[in-house]
Design a protein. Structure first.
Length: 435
């Protein structure tokens, strides 16, 4: 098939959104010919990577807004407004490409956000949306534990998606999707609410097989001292403030224990003050932001990954820990709740902060006392990543998705495309220019 991919973020050797765009491109190109529309500032990194390892079936289309519009892209100021405008411009690039090439499938992968539209859906071809996330709410009982900054963030996070989902563009993206892929069950419900007829859950968090093998080679820690580790940005919704309280209770029972926290962010000073107030400052190490190789080295010196995130569509760190043979303790929310099962770690419900702290403490105390349990969960976790969360498996999954979407009855009908300027609908054939 000829596939048109919208990947605003697409960069080799990166995690999060840039890594998602790059890895989906590689997987699609295993089976099909793919044209990738991405930002022009990704070009140098992409071409450097391609000079070392070409992707024969991938064609790159670099597009960016005029220089004056890039004002919005400084830092995180106005990033959603910039991305929205980029999507509009990319649509017109895509429409010209389609008139020339005649695509079989349109697919949007980044930015993977369920409350922002993909204008690629307006092309008269079968459309796949996602995987997208962003539908995970902060549990109500946890607002009171947030900083003022955190509360403002969460208010905006509730209001912006609610307003966006009422717009015709988001709803049209949903209705035009032959299939929408959701990263979590919470996002699945949101996609169905805006009109997506067919929704499947598909994690965006995956590891390449070579990285799984590398993580499997990390040494096993002997549990002395017993080390708990968290790896995340130090922002309110990552729940490190809950992790500190749970560790304080553990440390009172297991004095020969440490809590290593890798990452940086606006909540760091608040968390350090919390550690002092809890009397555990000497047992908690804030490593800050480290190069990836150092992070893996630290992971090899720890026994358990603690990931108390309150809303997380992905959760790559959980998969990395599982691939490294470390059991994961997390909340039964979002992406981590799909990755971690009883055989690979311990999930706790998120009803109230007090209950979460109590249950997290119980989980890490149980693991501290039972090295055999840690080993068994770690072994099962590595196998689960190999079977369900490696990129090659996801490529095979997507191959089946494309075949079913292209063969669906709607794929043989006339598709309707929205004329933005005139505000009217017209009909065009699914494959213009084909003989």
């Amino acid at each position: 098939m000829r596939v048109l991919l919208s990947a605003y973020a697409c960069e080799p050797g990166k995690g999060s959104e840039p890594g998602i765009g790059w890895n989906w491109t590689r997987q699609i190109a295993r089976f099909h010919e793919v044209w990738v529309i991405t930002r022009a500032n990704n070009r140098q990194a992409i071409e450097t990577a391609l000079s070392k390892e070409p992707i024969p079936n991938a064609h790159w289309v670099y597009f960016d807004l005029p220089r004056w519009a890039r004002f919005w892209k400084k830092g995180r100021r106005g990033i959603h407004a910039y991305y929205y405008l980029w999507q509009v411009g990319a649509y017109f690039v895509a429409r010209k490409l389609h008139e020339k090439i005649g695509f079989d499938i349109g697919h949007h992968v980044t930015i993977g956000n369920c409350w922002m539209p993909s204008f690629l859906a307006l092309l008269p071809v079968p459309f796949v949306w996602g995987p997208v996330g962003g539908g995970e709410p902060l549990p109500r009982g946890f607002w009171r534990g947030l900083s003022v900054r955190g509360k403002v963030f969460e208010v905006l996070r509730v209001l912006a998606p609610a307003g966006s989902e009422l717009t015709r563009f988001v709803r049209r993206t949903g209705k035009r999707s032959g299939l929408a892929l959701a990263t979590t069950s919470e996002t699945e419900a949101r996609l169905k609410a805006i009109g997506c007829g067919d929704v499947q859950i598909c994690s965006n968090s995956n590891l390449p097989m070579e990285e799984i093998c590398k993580l499997a080679g990390l040494p096993t820690h002997d549990g002395v001292p017993f080390r708990v580790m968290s790896i995340s940005d130090l922002i309110h919704w990552k729940g490190t403030w809950l992790g500190l309280q749970a560790f304080a209770a553990l440390h009172a029972r297991v004095p020969d224990s440490e809590y290593w926290i890798v990452g940086n962010g606006p909540e760091r000073e608040r968390l350090q003050e919390q550690a002092r107030a809890l009397g555990i400052a000497e047992a908690v190490v804030f490593w800050g932001e480290l190069p990836r190789e150092e992070v893996l080295q630290k992971l090899g010196s720890c026994d358990v990954l603690l990931h108390p995130s309150l809303h997380d569509s992905g959760g790559w760190v959980c998969l990395e820990a599982m691939a490294a043979g470390r059991p994961v303790v997390c909340l039964s929310l979002g992406g981590p709740a799909l990755q971690v099962i009883e055989e690979t770690g311990i999930k706790v419900e998120a009803i109230s902060p007090e209950q979460v702290v109590r249950d997290l403490e119980g989980a890490i105390c149980r693991l501290a006392a039972d090295p055999k349990l840690r080993a068994r969960l770690g072994k099962a976790g590595r196998q689960r990543v190999i079977e369900h969360f490696n990129w090659d498996r996801k490529g095979e999954f997507l191959q089946g998705i494309y075949e079913s979407v292209a063969a669906a009855p709607s794929g043989s009908k006339m598709a309707r495309d929205w004329d933005w300027g005139m505000g009217r609908e017209d009909t065009r054939s699914i494959q213009p220019g084909r003989e």
